[in-house]
Design a protein around this ligand. Structure first.
Ligand SMILES: *[C@@H]1O[C@H](CO)[C@@H](O)[C@H](O)[C@H]1NC(C)=O
Ligand SMILES: *[C@@H]1O[C@H](CO)[C@@H](O)[C@H](O)[C@H]1NC(C)=O
Ligand SMILES: *[C@@H]1O[C@H](CO)[C@@H](O)[C@H](O)[C@H]1NC(C)=O
Ligand SMILES: *[C@@H]1O[C@H](CO)[C@@H](O)[C@H](O)[C@H]1NC(C)=O
Ligand SMILES: *[C@@H]1O[C@H](CO)[C@@H](O)[C@H](O)[C@H]1NC(C)=O
Ligand SMILES: *[C@@H]1O[C@H](CO)[C@@H](O)[C@H](O)[C@H]1NC(C)=O
Ligand SMILES: *[C@@H]1O[C@H](CO)[C@@H](O)[C@H](O)[C@H]1NC(C)=O
Length: 759
């Protein structure tokens, strides 16, 4: 166990070291020196001051490939920050908490509100009415956190100089007509988090000075057409997280100067045609987190100035020709987290200025490189899988750079991973082969148990074949993986690899469960031992293999349910589906990796614990050796359960996490997929054969025979040697059979080989 940890740790350190080397100077094949008067080949980008062309994947990789470092310039997509800057705009008074109160500059003598400079702060005072007779030169009034309910214009005294009025969470449920018309200089109005169900016609009449209006977090379901009448100078309107389902056609007509409109987190399913057509100055439109199934050119008509459009987290399924129409000023288009599966070749036509395009978290299957030809100025593009980056070679920054396992150039990106695959494959191959050969040659007393172990090593041996297959293709694709990626993932070799790994891991799990059940029966119900015939064992094993073969074969049968990328989901052909947790066939993957395997693991853990308890309770006769023996058995059981735990539980946990929406680090994913899963196959021979008493005895016998010069002198194992090699119990039955009774009081004697079989 400790050794395993040391090995893992050293691999981890090696990995970190190798990462720093991976970003070495680009080699001559990776950099192409061309004259500036020429052009860089597609997929290459010229440095600012030298004539070096740098490949797309070396741009923004945190290593300077250009002498002037210009390949690391412009790496931050400023478009991305704009959204959060918009959502979390500071209120003019945001830093009030830090601000020390200034002297009161207005003639305020009452004690209800706190005065600072020309501001009056009356928040959280449990006010039920708006304070009256406020000084006429007040510039800012904060009434947040009170309980005002219905507010009308006669509740206010006219404050000609008031610029900022804050009513956040003030319990306002109704606003009368022309309610703010007495504030002749009002610029900012905050009404977030109130109980407004609607905004009636003409509410804002007479507030033509208003620039910023915040109505987020109100239970507004419907808005009449005249809600925003009189807001001719409004620049920013927030209606985030209301309960809006529809937007009337002409509602935005008065908002001739609107620049930013946020309708996030509503329940809007569609917009009437031309609803935004009056917003000729609109620059930012955010429709994220609604239920939009489609949006088309007719809806977005007239937005000449629009430069930022957010459609994140909707239900868009396809992009039709000229889907966004004539948005000739558009710079940023965010389509993350939709269900887009088809993109028409002409979908992005007329978006000539587009600079940043986000297509992450969509179910893109077949997109053509031609889609992106019209968007010549695209600088940043985001996909879910790095494979798609090969479609947009003219875009300077494409993310992601890899999926943790593969990258543009290599099937196995990490050097350590590459080495590990060979090591684990070799170890699993040699260990399992020697178990098979060894057990076939040596005569064994417990043939049923040996039969199980032989089958286990066949199953584990298949895993080494899988690893060799992957490692071999990794070598074949070295340096140019992206060119082979699609073909490889859809090839029969990849399907075969996926089937091998599934067959191996499932057969292995089934057989381990059978072995556990067998041991469990013989320890906990020793009277039923007669059942352990070769016929019964053969039936169990045949059933396991059949089940495993069916499980592995089903996805390869071209059933519609699995799609064509069940095994070809990633470069190593594992149907783990961690990065794309809801891709086709995820229920099946979930059933195998979580359902079946955690059930098996649960049973194994339970069985070993029960066995241990039974053993330690029942051995009353043996006193001196008991503790030592208990410890030895406990150690071995803990080792078996522990290795299963470190191999399988991370996979189960990670899979559950990814299903529940947690983003799994791609590094971790790679290690789990290529290392955790197969390592059990390399360890099983150690657990079930190489460290057992029986094996040690056989080995000792051979060594002793050899030492004796082959003179035919067979040296029997001395108890001392057995002591040294682990458990003293096996020497005991020679002198007296241990009588073990089960907890239920039944008793039966165990043969030496029974006990040996699990030691
Ligand atoms: C990269 O190249 C520069 C100059 O071409 C050289 O000075 C530097 O040592 C190289 N770095 C590595 C890691 O090879
Ligand atoms: C980029 O190169 C040009 C000359 O080709 C130079 O004038 C300019 O200063 C460089 N830009 C930076 C930021 O170094
Ligand atoms: C960085 O962006 C600026 C402005 O878009 C552009 O002028 C410049 O050429 C870009 N630099 C590189 C190295 O792409
Ligand atoms: C403040 O109010 C008092 C009486 O209420 C008045 O005498 C005084 O002139 C006022 N000062 C200003 C600056 O308005
Ligand atoms: C507004 O004025 C009416 C009539 O004077 C009064 O009943 C009501 O409580 C006032 N509401 C607020 C919020 O001040
Ligand atoms: C609001 O005004 C529009 C005309 O601007 C009218 O058609 C509509 O019926 C009015 N709605 C209400 C609730 O008064
Ligand atoms: C796009 O809009 C421009 C005006 O900004 C107009 O001249 C042009 O015809 C429109 N193109 C299409 C295809 O609608």
């Amino acid at each position: 166990m400790i050794i395993l940890h040391i090995v893992l740790l050293s691999f981890f350190i090696l990995d970190k070291v190798s990462m720093s080397h991976r970003r070495g100077n680009a080699t001559s094949t990776e950099l192409e020196r061309t004259k500036r008067s020429f052009y860089c080949h597609p997929g290459y980008f010229v440095c600012n001051s030298t004539n070096i062309c740098v490949e797309q994947r070396f741009i923004c990789d945190e290593y300077q490939d250009c002498e002037d470092g210009s390949d690391e310039w412009n790496c931050t997509d400023l478009n991305k920050d704009k959204y959060y800057n918009m959502l979390f705009q500071k209120r003019p008074d945001e830093d009030r908490d830090k601000m020390t109160f200034k002297d009161c500059k207005i003639n305020y003598t009452a004690t209800i509100c706190q005065c600072s400079g020309k501001s009056l702060f009356c928040e959280n005072r449990m006010l039920k009415i708006v304070p009256v007779n406020l000084p006429r030169n007040t510039k800012e009034l904060d009434l947040s956190g009170n309980d005002l309910k219905v507010v009308n214009h006669f509740n206010f005294t006219s404050l000609n100089l008031l610029e900022i009025l804050i009513f956040n969470n003030a319990g306002v449920s109704e606003l009368g007509k022309k309610v703010f018309h007495k504030f002749l200089s009002l610029r900012y109005l905050y009404l977030n988090g109130n109980q407004l169900h609607t905004i009636q016609n003409g509410t804002f009449l007479g507030s033509s000075t208003l620039r910023f209006l915040y109505l987020s977090y109100n239970p507004i379901q419907r808005l009449p057409v005249g809600s925003f009448l009189g807001l001719g100078n409004l620049e920013v309107l927030f209606l985030r997280h209301c309960l809006l389902t529809t937007i009337p056609q002409n509602i935005f007509k008065p908002l001739k100067n609107l620049k930013s409109l946020c309708l996030d987190e509503n329940k809007i399913e569609s917009f009437p045609n031309g609803v935004f057509s009056y917003l000729t100055k609109l620059e930012t439109l955010s429709l994220s987190r609604n239920n939009l199934k489609s949006i088309d050119a007719k809806v977005l008509e007239g937005l000449w100035k629009l430069n930022t459009l957010y459609l994140t987290s909707n239900s868009l399924t396809e992009l039709k020709p000229q889907n966004f129409g004539n948005l000739t000023s558009l710079l940023t288009l965010d389509l993350q987290d939709n269900e887009i599966h088809t993109i028409d070749v002409k979908a992005f036509e007329l978006l000539g200025k587009l600079n940043s395009l986000n297509l992450k978290d969509n179910t893109l299957r077949h997109i053509h490189a031609e889609c992106f030809v019209p968007v010549k100025n695209l600088q940043y593009i985001y996909f879910s899988s790095f494979y798609s980056c090969s479609l947009v070679r003219h875009v300077r920054v494409c993310e992601p750079n890899g999926d943790g396992i593969s990258s543009f150039s290599h099937l196995l990106d990490s050097v350590v991973l590459r080495v590990c695959v060979w090591l684990v494959a070799g170890a699993a191959c040699i260990a399992n082969a020697s178990v098979m050969v060894g057990r076939a040659l040596l005569k064994e007393t417990n043939s049923v148990h040996s039969f199980y172990i032989k089958n286990l090593s066949i199953a584990d041996f298949l895993m080494s074949l899988y690893l060799f297959l992957i490692a071999g293709h990794d070598v074949a694709f070295r340096g140019k993986y992206i060119r082979h990626d699609v073909n490889w993932r859809h090839s029969w070799q990849c399907t075969l690899a996926g089937m091998l790994s599934t067959l191996s891991s499932e057969a292995s799990i089934f057989i381990m469960t059978i072995i556990t059940a067998d041991r469990y029966m013989s320890i906990v119900y020793p009277l039923m031992l007669r059942r352990r015939t070769m016929l019964f064992a053969g039936t169990c094993i045949t059933a396991s293999w059949t089940a495993a073969v069916i499980i592995a074969l089903l996805p390869a049968l071209n059933l519609g349910y699995f799609g064509d990328e069940f095994y070809g989901n990633n470069g190593v052909c594992l149907p783990l589906q961690i990065h794309d947790p809801f891709s086709k066939g995820w229920e099946y993957s979930m059933l195998i990796f979580c359902g079946l395997n955690s059930a098996a693991f649960g049973f194994i853990t339970y069985a070993y614990i029960t066995m241990f308890i039974t053993i330690s309770r029942s051995k009353l006769g043996l006193r001196s050796s008991q503790q030592h023996q208990d410890r030895a058995i406990a150690k071995r059981f803990a080792f078996i359960v522990g290795t299963d735990l470190i191999c399988w539980v991370p996979i189960i946990i990670i899979k559950f996490l990814s299903i529940s929406g947690v983003r799994i680090s791609s590094q971790l994913y790679a290690w789990v997929a290529v290392f955790m899963l197969p390592i059990n196959s390399a360890l099983n021979p150690v657990l079930y054969t190489l460290t057992t008493q029986l094996f040690k005895q056989q080995l000792a016998r051979i060594v002793y025979t050899w030492r004796a010069g082959g003179g035919g002198v067979r040296v029997e194992c001395t108890p001392a040697l057995q002591e040294l090699s682990g458990i003293s119990m096996t020497s005991a039955p020679r002198h007296h059979h241990g009588r073990w009774s089960s907890s239920k009081g039944n008793s039966a004697s165990l043969t030496t080989s029974d006990v040996r079989s699990f030691q």
